[in-house]
Write a protein that binds this ligand. Structure first.
Ligand SMILES: Cc1cc2nc3c(=O)[nH]c(=O)nc-3n(C[C@H](O)[C@H](O)[C@H](O)COP(=O)(O)OP(=O)(O)OC[C@H]3O[C@@H](n4cnc5c(N)ncnc54)[C@H](O)[C@@H]3O)c2cc1C
Length: 461
């Protein structure tokens, strides 16, 4: 029997015939994503149901020296779940159990295939007083995939979703099942505990150090009322001061900033949307009043921040529903292609990032559109540049690809770090990195994954 056939048969023995495929029409879907990454080959896709099945697949991959790429919703868009060297894609979506919600300690324990939408509706139905920090991503994105790339959501002022992680169960690249966080020494998944923080061995590694099978995520009180207050500026230089003043108030759940050149009347305006929440009208009114005063304290006569106030009732559902309309609006080019690249940066770099982002879009014949998130009370900003393109038009895709590469270079030049970096940007980050940090990453990788089977090609220099 050929090697290919024997790997296929071994996978069938592990998960059953219905959950493994090497058929071209199935592999087609796994060889590409919604972004500009060119398709790459996949040999098998397997969809396990249990941690033991994941373990058996990893043991098989070590024996056969075949690469494994773990995949959640596959919505990161930068080719991170498209294997670089072929092999097996492990699609985690069947591991979809919500195992426990602890109301008093406010956390959920779930399997790695649980989607954002599934968690949202489960909480709405069973624990309506609780919420998680819901990203604007399409709701089939997984909770774990988002945690692992330092994603952010509707409670971004409490931190990014990796900061809200309490612990994880992981199948290590050598097949051992291991836990990190309080759950490693207690039946309770309430926090990382006063332990060495081993979660960092898996966050930001793009599936190159293990396969997360369970995670515990913090939940937060869900107030009855939510609203958005809008500010507008016509000069990005005002943004750092505006954000500083807003975050000093400590009343926002979420702060987002955006600009887009279409429709025409939006061009040249930077919008800052502040989400506030509360349990009574009095609380909401108090928060609105605090925000009303912000423009008086920012800018001067000509350079001013204008309060647009609450968004009109007709738009409320659009902006306040979870996930909000951004996920739908992404495809404004109507070609199904969306390259969403972003740079994590300090707030003071935002004005330059804004201006030069406009130049990059225009130089590549594209419209400028950015959607930025203020994280953790202003400690950092995720500056997101959106390049919507027509997937059927390779020239259009190439423009978006080039714009993304230039954006990543700009980000590094400004002292930021590209978020969910594609292969090219990973290489550029690693080149810029302190050589001892680079060596440390190599040692960690070698120690955890001695056969180099986990998503190889990523984070390599
Ligand atoms: C329109 C749109 C809007 C978006 N808005 C947001 C937003 O507001 N906030 C935000 O944070 N993101 C956003 N995103 C980006 C992205 O979709 C999300 O971050 C999403 O949550 C990623 O999850 P995923 O399940 O798709 O991850 P995937 O793309 O499947 O995986 C991400 C990475 O983690 C690895 N991985 C996945 N599962 C595992 C596992 N179980 N074990 C080990 N490694 C694993 C993969 O190999 C990959 O490297 C948006 C995307 C789009 C298209």
């Amino acid at each position: 029997m050929g090697r290919e056939k024997s790997i296929y048969n071994a996978l069938v023995d592990i998960v059953g015939e219905d959950f493994v495929s090497n058929e071209p029409e199935d592999l087609y879907l796994y060889s590409r994503d919604g972004g500009t990454t060119k398709p790459r080959g996949v040999d098998y896709v397997v969809v396990p149901k249990t941690v033991e099945e994941v373990q058996q697949i990893v043991i098989l991959a070590n024996r056969e020296k075949v690469p494994i790429t773990p995949m959640g919703g596959g919505l990161t868009l930068n080719g991170l779940v498209i294997p670089v060297h072929g092999g097996i894609v492990i699609d985690m979506k069947r591991m979809d159990r919500i195992i426990e919600v602890n109301e008093s300690s406010r956390y959920v324990v779930l399997e790695a295939g649980v989607s954002q939408g599934a968690l949202l509706s489960y909480l709405r139905k069973n624990h309506p007083d609780l919420q998680h920090s819901m990203p604007e991503a399409p709701s089939i994105a997984t909770v774990v995939g988002n945690i692992l790339i330092r994603g952010h959501g509707s409670l971004s002022q409490c931190g990014d979703n990796s900061n809200m992680l309490n612990g994880m169960e992981i199948v290590l690249p050598t097949g051992e099942i291991c836990q990190v966080g309080s759950c490693s020494a207690s039946p309770h998944w309430f926090g990382k505990g006063p332990l060495p923080d081993l979660a960092g061995l898996f966050i930001g590694w793009f599936g190159t150090t293990g396969i997360v099978t369970k995670a515990s995520l913090r939940l937060y009180p869900r107030p009855e009322k939510r609203d958005m207050v809008l500010f507008v500026t016509q000069n990005p230089d005002l943004i750092p001061e505006l954000v500083y003043k807003l975050t000093q108030t400590r009343i926002a759940d979420n702060i987002g900033m955006m600009e887009q050149e279409k429709p025409e009347y939006m061009k040249g305006y930077q919008f800052t949307g502040v989400i506030i929440s509360g349990d009574s009208e009095e609380e909401m009114d108090y928060k609105r009043k605090v925000l009303d005063k912000i423009p008086q304290t920012c800018g001067d006569g000509e350079n001013k921040v204008t309060l647009l106030g609450e968004i009109p009732p007709s738009s409320k559902e659009r902006f306040l529903e979870e996930p909000p309309f951004a996920a739908v609006a992404a495809d404004f080019r109507k070609g199904g292609g969306f390259q969403y690249c972003a740079i994590m940066m300090p707030i003071e770099k935002v004005p330059e990032a804004w201006r030069r982002g406009i130049e990059i879009a225009h130089n590549n014949g594209m419209l400028f559109q950015c959607a930025n998130q203020v994280m953790s009370a202003g400690h950092e900003v995720m500056f997101g540049y959106n390049y919507s393109f027509n997937r059927a038009d390779e020239e259009d895709a190439e423009r978006a690809r080039k714009a993304m590469q230039e954006t990543n270079k700009l980000g590094l030049e400004l002292g930021g770090i590209p978020w969910k970096a594609d292969l090219q940007a990973q290489k550029e980050i690693v080149e810029k990195m302190d050589p001892n940090t680079r060596e440390l990453m190599k040692k960690v990788k070698k120690l955890l994954d001695p056969n180099g089977i986990m998503n190889p090609g990523n984070w390599e220099d």
